[in-house]
Design a protein around this ligand. Sequence first.
Ligand SMILES: Cc1ncc(COP(=O)(O)O)c(C=O)c1O
Length: 486
Amino acid sequence: MKASNIVQQSDTIATALEKMNHTGGDLLVVVDPNGRFIRAVSQGDIRRHLLAGYDLSSKLENLGKADSIFALPDMSFSTIEALFASSLVDKIPLLDEHGVPKEMLDSKNYERILLSTPHMGGDEQKYVAQAFDSNWLAPAGPNLDSFEHELGEYLNAENVLAVTSGTAAIHLALIVLGITTGDTVLCSSFTFAASANPICYQGATPVFVDSDEASWNLSPTALLRAIEGCLKKGQPPKALVLVQLYGQLADVDEVKSICKHYDIKIIEDAAESIGAKYNGQASGTLTDIGILSFNGNKIITTSGGGALVSNNKEWIDHARFLSTQAKELELHYEHKQIGYNYRMSNVLAGIGRGQLQVLDDRVKRRRLIFETYRKRLQEFDVLTWMPEVEGCYSTRWLTTMTIDPDFGKSPIDLIKHLSDNGIEARPMWKPMHLQPVFSKCDYYPYSENLSVCDELFANGICLPSGSNVTADGIERIGDLIADFLR
Ligand SMILES: Cc1ncc(COP(=O)(O)O)c(C=O)c1O
């Protein structure tokens, strides 16, 4: 504890004010002759004391006792966090085991930092208000039309359909590609379950494919093994869900040339990679049809939402028709096909319009966060950071890294250490072929002896990467990781 924060009971109000003046108005602690904590004194305490008729020469002992809040060495992060929350103070003295003040804790170091939270740009409410003012509170309206148009301009894509979620977009993509009961659909194993679930909605069978060490995304080598395996079984794959994880892209050219050879359509699952580019071309537009997600944890959000993107107008028109219950163009309600209620609302599209304006800034910030972690922790060669494929501009949606399995401490240990200090970190995605729900599905690893995504899952960790995490927050996390690794 700095001497400038400590006063004795025998000191006067004038001395306390001088110290506060020196520290910029910080809380002071009053100690007894043995240096033990008696109480804290704030500017408000002194003001009330003077208003009660005392003058500047009054001794601090006249302040009397107070139920001042203090923290003790064995208190957990959560307990101290709760102390701050329940007291509305922003400084709390930490005492040692003898009751002597050790340091002044600052509330800003006791705010939880989450993995990735929404970060509004400013204009979202303007567009949402327009929806209310015009009473377009429907899955149609000017915001929705504009959002699709603006998204198309951003991506340089001709046809865009905004829907309720990325999952709905994958489902519609599979339908318009003609995927149906009994079909085989390849899918990256290293992903979130939403990439694969819609394959099952269609009664098709997912076959999972491993990642590549160069991109951590779908491996062309494993893809070839998978296609050959399916062909041997007499189940030629009709489509591939190519997932672009954590804002990073696969070796798209190679994957496309393999799929072209075997006549396999590709759905680019760009749920995590909007804003990323491959040789200058926007992720989401790199294959036959692409999907985006605007879930709350994504780089931009509509709270919940997604989009379907393709240069094939027929597919997008068909998906648009299916997304509004497959209503035929009749005055009465006429239906010839099974439809879905998947259209994005005009209110949420308003959020999307505001978010789109700041997308490039968000990408820059997430890339900066990745670089800041990497530089801060560069002395630790047990860490391997997610690579960036040549020609790819990743958004670094989440900063991810692995810890050498021989290091002796695991990612789970680190996640716990961070959690004990109010930081949310997560393991990387658990591959689909390890998920109980997909245990009966085939999986093709990189080679007989190597499953890259198993290793990434076992050794990987995702760090808080939200564009709204402050520089102080990133520094705090970097320091905690360095402490853990030392
Ligand atoms: C890779 C991937 N695919 C698909 C989805 C599904 O998107 P949504 O949550 O918008 O349905 C997500 C995220 O949630 C995702 O991370």
